[in-house]
Design a protein around this ligand. Structure first.
Ligand SMILES: Nc1nc2c(c(=O)[nH]1)N[C@H]1C(S)=C(S)[C@@H](COP(=O)(O)O)O[C@H]1N2
Ligand SMILES: [Mo]
Length: 366
């Protein structure tokens, strides 16, 4: 159960020169990012997809798993895995990204899972749409929010809780929200929410509740920790802030050439270098990707490949004529149909949420 009696402690911001702590390292070792060379795959092989697990991966028996649909409804439902499989099946290619992506590059650094750029992955998800399930349960007049509960349990900033996220009824009824049981043609792996997770396409990952056990319709606003405290954009720790929702535009490049082991600085041979990357936005289709090969002084438009679906990342390419020897920095940035371009300077907030500062890759041309 969620404890609502104790107010959450404030999130911590690192001192200006404070290095990554052992606590952050421990989180980073559990929650790995996608190696950027895996941007090459249209669908991220599951072992390379990023992971974010707040507490422990629950050990669940699929044969005994049940999903409850209850709360402010006419007919509460209880479904097992067979019942879910017997329902309408939908497949969607969806790029998921953690709302904290880029956090470790902010100054000062919000102390949490220390992502650089790699908290992303794309998969072909299969499942059954949520809206007909809610219709079958019969949502009653006066319903406001729908809360999704996972099997995982823990403490965050002093608040003991099941992992829970609420969506407004309107967002929950969006036809593309899935109760998903497959990833890339196989049953969900334990780390991605087996046997069943929610999938909210276009939204930052926190909305897609893994190890789903309950869906409850509420006749009031959901005020649990993950909606009210954690996933909010705040400019002071005591501010209430605004909720994190859909994914802001972002482009990433496969770092070219080969890396130095410790620093991962790239080495490329002088001459033409074919750059390849991906770009996505949960808000609107990506319309432009720009590349800078001179540390942000000038920008050139890249060639965009056709989109593989509304929620999938798009491939882009650009031929760089690397004819100046020495050190430089590559930057890439995406713009979506709403005209929102990625910033080159950090959009700082206390928890490092929904930050989409342009990627920078250090390269030596020789
Ligand atoms: N039950 C539960 N669901 C969860 C989480 C969690 O810790 N517990 N983490 C969320 C967050 S913050 C993200 S970014 C995504 C990550 O999904 P993935 O690990 O499948 O990439 O799962 C979301 N769903
Ligand atoms: Mo996340």
């Amino acid at each position: 159960m969620t404890s609502t009696t104790r107010p959450a402690e404030a999130s911590r911001i690192a001192a200006p020169d404070e290095g990554i702590t052992l606590d952050e390292l421990r989180l980073a070792a559990r929650n790995h990012g996608m190696p950027l060379e895996a941007l090459r795959y249209d669908l991220t092989p599951p072992g390379l997809h990023y992971l974010l697990i707040h507490y422990d991966i629950p050990y669940l028996d699929p044969a005994r798993w049940r999903l409850g649909v209850d709360g402010h409804v006419e007919r509460p439902l209880e479904l097992d895995l067979d019942a879910l499989h017997a329902r309408e099946r939908v497949e969607l290619t969806v790029t998921l990204e953690c709302a904290g992506n880029g956090r470790a590059r902010l100054h000062p650094r919000p102390v949490s899972q220390p992502w650089l750029d790699e908290a992303v992955g794309t998969a072909r998800w299969a499942g059954t749409p949520l809206a007909p399930l809610l219709a079958e349960a019969g949502v009653l007049d006066g319903a406001v929010d729908v809360v999704f509960t996972g099997h995982d349990h823990g403490l965050d900033r002093g608040v003991e809780q099941d992992y829970q996220r609420g969506l407004s009824l309107t967002d929950a009824l969006d036809g593309d929200v899935l109760v998903a049981y497959e990833m890339n043609g196989a049953p969900l792996p334990p780390q991605h929410g087996a046997p069943v997770r929610l999938l909210v396409p276009g939204w930052y990952g926190m909305a897609s509740v893994k190890w789903l056990r309950g869906i409850s319709v509420l006749d009031h606003r959901f005020t649990g920790f993950q909606n009210e405290t954690a996933y909010r954009i705040k400019h002071a720790t005591d501010e209430r802030g605004v909720p994190v929702t859909k994914i802001n535009p972002r482009a990433l490049v496969v770092p070219p050439g080969f890396p130095d082991f410790m620093t991962r600085r790239r080495v490329v041979a002088a001459g033409p270098v074919d750059l390849f990357g991906r770009a996505w936005s949960g808000r609107a289709p990506v319309t432009r990707v720009e590349v800078s090969t001179d540390a942000g002084r000038s920008w050139t438009e890249a060639d965009l490949s056709p989109s593989a679906g509304r929620y999938a990342w798009r491939a882009w390419t650009h031929r760089w004529l690397a004819d100046t020897l020495g050190d430089t920095e590559l930057l890439v940035r995406a713009t979506d149909e709403l005209g929102a371009a990625q910033p080159v300077d950090q959009p700082w907030n206390t928890q490092g949420m929904a930050n989409n500062m342009a990627q920078r890759v250090a390269v030596t041309v020789r």
